[in-house]
Design a binder for this molecule. Sequence first.
Ligand code: SAM
Length: 289
Amino acid sequence: MPSIPLPATSRRESAHISPSAHYTGFVWFRHGLSEAPFASDFGRFAHRVLRPVTWGARRFFGLDIERFLLQRHLLIDARLEQTIARDGVTQVVEIACGLSPRGRRMRKQYPQLTYVEADLPEMASSKRELLRVQGWLGPRHRVEAVDILADSGELSLSALFAGLDRSKPVVVITEGLLNYFERPVVERFWRALAQQLQAFPAATYLTELYPDLTEHPRYRQLRWGVWLIGKLTRGGYPLHYQTEAAIAEAGKTCGFRAVQVLNPDQQPAALGLPRGPLASLVRIVEARC
Ligand SMILES: C[S@@+](CC[C@H](N)C(=O)[O-])C[C@H]1O[C@@H](n2cnc3c(N)ncnc32)[C@H](O)[C@@H]1O
């Protein structure tokens, strides 16, 4: 498949996104999903500084940012566990892992798993060091450097996937990554990923996406929140696709055989979260090759 050139605006590096991993890392810790080493001082500080903003969004607009984060994290966990149980998956690759504790939790729960975490070189090296110091790093739990914008070379997807066992099924996860990029970049990544996944007997890709839900009762406030995330991360936070059908269609066009789009509001049992006052803003995409 010919490579589609990146738009000029996304050809630059995306390292400005990495600090946001400290914020979400602290959120997972705060809600009992991770252990203390994953909560960085910067994450704690960022959470404290942003508290008035998240409080105001919740109090005045009913927009509970941490609830949306938990919805995405827990639903990805639930689908991953289901895939491990149903398909006997023994290898997982989590791209843009940041300070997510999922690898650690899943390795504890399913010792048969090989869990490869991956992120931009600097973040990957911090995560590797974190796991090493705790004695959690090993041949079955490693951290690699990757850049989803790299077409070739040691940071490319093909270099990352070269280290996997192609005779066994695989699950790939990205969380908190796609909405930092414009849609052509997202679709270019999906195409490259789908191409890599063809080499495995079965492959599942799990991700979250914040669609452009123009009918949502808090759409105007949401646009303001999205603008703020863009400012804080010195980039942008574009919302993609207006319907679940459009997301599924795009996934199939990019090379996935089947694409399911899940609304966390319709999966309460999987999440163990009380129902919120507002319709969810996030969707989980489960795509198969
Ligand atoms: C919001 S954080 C999400 C971290 C983690 N997945 C979570 O949910 O807590 C975004 C992550 O994407 C990573 N990232 C940004 N650009 C990337 C790229 N081009 N390739 C791979 N990872 C990237 C950042 O370094 C950062 O760790």
